[in-house]
Design a protein around this ligand. Structure first.
Ligand code: MN
Length: 246
């Protein structure tokens, strides 16, 4: 039996010619393919538009799945970490933030593993008590390299330095060459998390839990790298291994 890997759903923000597809729930195809490739059973977890149902639905889904992937997506709404939006903030979907926050708490309560990607590492940090740079370009004075890459999304663009004493180093080694499609990043780290990779200008690029092996979050997009760089597929295989164990 394949472990069931829930992938938190995003919603289309572009208008659709068909009314039924407006704000359609979806997950990135490359994540679905990666999960299938490493032996998992991918399922899409759509958020509830009715905020009253968010927690109930998240808790039941957390009981049902064996592991959780938090994909990339829209900016996290600053209200979730008690800030007003700066002018450079991108589009946000509050219902998605609340859903993923509830999912993260329920999954960790159930002692099941999480793998977070890009926006995923950001909502993970916020859900666990941290906050974010709403926009690196105007809020991070040490910004020296390109994090919002101009190249195609599957091109690696900058290096990350990995803490040798981490799960991530066991998977990727001491450095990795990764893509970068973010303008937000972790600012104040959640107490339960530890930083395990940074870019050359000090932006947080990966986190794990201080308490157990249940959390891995990366700021890049491994789902668009593994086709050319198979080492990145190990991040998905690691989630499957943990999902089978827990
Ligand atoms: Mn980056």
């Amino acid at each position: 039996m394949r472990p069931i890997i829930g992938i938190a759903g995003d919603a289309l923000t572009q208008p659709s010619a068909k009314i039924d597809l407006n704000q359609a729930d979806y997950v990135p195809r490359a994540i679905k393919q990666a999960v299938l490739k490493v032996g998992g059973l991918p399922v899409i977890l759509p958020f509830s538009d009715d905020l009253q149902l968010t927690e109930e639905i998240a808790e039941q889904l957390a009981d049902t799945i064996d592991g959780l992937i938090l994909p990339g997506g829209p900016d996290v709404a600053p209200i979730v970490y008690h800030e007003e939006p700066i002018p450079q903030l991108g589009a946000v979907i509050y219902a998605e933030d609340l859903f993923e926050t509830a999912l993260i708490k329920a999954i960790l309560q159930n002692k099941k593993p999480i793998f977070a990607i890009c926006r995923g590492i950001q909502i993970l940090n916020v859900a666990l008590g941290g906050n974010l740079y709403q926009d690196l370009a105007v809020q991070y004075p040490d910004l020296k390299i390109q994090h919002k890459q101009q190249s195609f999304g599957n091109y690696p663009i900058h290096h990350v330095k990995i803490d040798p004493d981490s799960q991530l180093a066991e998977l990727l080694g001491k450095t990795a060459f990764v893509n970068s499609r973010h303008h937000q990043a972790i600012k104040m780290l959640a107490p339960v998390l530890k930083v395990v990779a940074k870019s050359a200008d000090g932006v947080i690029e990966a986190v794990e839990s201080r308490q157990n092996d249940l959390i891995l979050g990366v700021q890049w997009h491994p789902e668009n790298l593994w086709q050319d760089d198979p080492t990145q597929l190990r991040l998905f295989a690691d989630l499957i291994r943990k999902a089978e164990k827990h």
